[in-house]
Design a protein around this ligand. Sequence first.
Ligand SMILES: Cc1cc2nc3c(=O)[nH]c(=O)nc-3n(C[C@H](O)[C@H](O)[C@H](O)COP(=O)(O)O)c2cc1C
Length: 191
Amino acid sequence: MHILAIYGSPRKDGFSSRLHNEFIIPFERRGFLVSRVFAYDLNIFPCQACNYCKENKSCFLKDDMTDIYRLIEEADIISISSPLYFSSVPSPLKAIIDRTQCLWEKYRSEGKYNNSHRYGFFICTGGSIYQDMFCGVQQMMRHFFNGINLSFDVSDFVFVNNTDSMEKIPEEKILQINYSAAKYIRLITED
Ligand SMILES: Cc1cc2nc3c(=O)[nH]c(=O)nc-3n(C[C@H](O)[C@H](O)[C@H](O)COP(=O)(O)O)c2cc1C
């Protein structure tokens, strides 16, 4: 059993990373193989829209994404954490997402559409409070998880606003994450 945890924040001890750690710990305790990946530590070129993957079902660019493709394909669950940057995600995480276009091409050619027993989970923190602030990232994650053929439940996604005015993560968000971790451990070990 394998969980791939992709951290989108440059702050390894920031809000989203700490929440992500809360999610990961129960998997570690259950003996899952845990691969932690920090988007800001990787060298990943942006997608060039060269269309190579349309023909070849793989990416022409050779960089740190090569390992990420393997991890994505091996993982039973992929968890993503990110801060909200201009109502989107920071560019290193977005580069990873865009570069999975070749997996979408591959799965599409194989006729695989969201029928997997592999799961996606998402945590996002935003500094302010404004209307529909997480709508864009929620839509992006749905699109991303569909593209790489993961099942997911949007109601499990964890969004925390107003972090720029807080020191401690609200206890109810940690409880929500603990609950979700237990749910996904159960789903994966029962599958
Ligand atoms: C470049 C940049 C852009 C940001 N854009 C937004 C934004 O659009 N909306 C928002 O609510 N907060 C925004 N913030 C604040 C962060 O989302 C917030 O501080 C977040 O909780 C940081 O998460 P972290 O501690 O995991 O890094 C931005 C911060 C930075 C540095």
